[in-house]
Design a protein around this ligand. Structure first.
Ligand code: PD2
Ligand code: ZN
Length: 300
């Protein structure tokens, strides 16, 4: 789903801006993290989006998202056939798994929903590196702010999410290879790593990570590599209070601890996977996480 908008710049030349799937995902992530549409609009304008295009992208995306939420409140009837999913080699209950360059500890696992919690998945240094790389990108509008002279824009408070390209830097590439090795799933099937930053009060309301096939926007998203079948959520810091990852169907809450990761899979786009999950409000401190979504096939 890629909408193209054509606008005129002040110089009068024709300029085209694309509303990509990534931008839509980012807008939804901002909304779910509690960032107001006005704030998101300011961030988009500051990073070079024409106001009318930005408003259109926001309206379309949030309207679509609300429809999706309303539809997910309706009991699902059609249950798709299960497909193969990523998984870690824990059938013989190892306490540690050697994953390329690291020993990763298995803290807990459950079958339904399929959830595995790992400790020491990333080193402290890797977490800090990813936050350091992501931070300026979230604040990218500061640079553009200089260009536009829009001093009223407070970038640091607005930009809360970003995506890396797959294999974009050394540390991103290393972490992605580790994910692929741990979960026995090709690197190519992974979406670019997403980083989210939550401040106190911000949360990510319970949702499913798969795309609901009944949603009109899903068809084009699914063309890029099929369904999402698994999520690895990596905690890049430890909030003082709150910010756990919840699985409301089974009353599970995973504590966000720096370097740890929670994996969950869903072999069909259906509530029976019990993969409903959310990010609980941060109560004190802040929260940084990186999300890797895994697709059925190569993500292009
Ligand atoms: O930040 C989280 O805890 C969280 C919770 C639910 C992140 C996601 N979902 C996600 O990135 O999909
Ligand atoms: Zn999620």
């Amino acid at each position: 789903m890629q909408t193209q908008s054509s606008t005129k710049t002040s110089a009068g030349e024709q300029r085209q801006q694309y509303i990509s799937v990534e931008l839509r995902q980012w807008i939804v992530a901002q909304a779910q993290a509690g960032v107001s549409p006005e704030t998101v609009l300011e961030a988009m304008k500051a990073s070079g989006w024409q106001e009318e295009v930005a408003i259109k992208a926001l309206e379309e995306t949030l309207r679509g998202h609300l429809t999706e939420q309303a539809q997910s409140a309706v009991p699902q009837t059609h249950e798709p056939q299960p497909v193969p999913v990523p998984d870690a080699p824990i059938s013989d209950s190892p306490s540690k798994i050697r994953v390329l360059d690291r020993d990763v500890t298995v803290l807990m696992s459950m079958k339904l929903p399929r959830v595995i919690v790992f400790s020491g998945f990333m080193s402290e240094q890797e977490c800090d590196q990813v936050v350091a790389l992501a931070g300026p990108r979230m604040a990218r509008s500061e640079t553009v702010d200089n260009l536009t002279g829009g001093s009223e824009v407070n970038v640091a408070r607005t930009s809360r999410g970003m995506f890396f390209e797959r294999g974009e830097t050394g540390v991103i590439d290393r972490v992605e290879r580790r994910i692929a090795a741990l979960l026995n799933w090709p690197v190519q099937n992974g979406e670019g790593l997403q980083v989210l930053h939550y401040k106190p009060g911000a949360e990510y309301k319970p949702h499913y990570d798969y795309f609901d096939p009944v949603h009109p926007g899903s068809a084009s998203i699914l063309k890029r590599g099929g369904q999402r079948v698994g999520t690895l959520l990596m905690y890049l810091n430890t909030p003082k209070k709150g910010g756990g990852t919840t699985f409301p169907d089974v009353g599970l809450e995973v504590a966000p601890v720096k370097g740890n990761a929670v994996f969950f899979s869903y072999d069909r786009a259906h509530v029976n996977t019990k993969s409903l999950h959310g990010g609980a409000p941060v109560i004190e401190g802040e929260k940084w996480v990186a999300t890797k979504w895994l697709r059925e096939r190569e993500f292009v």
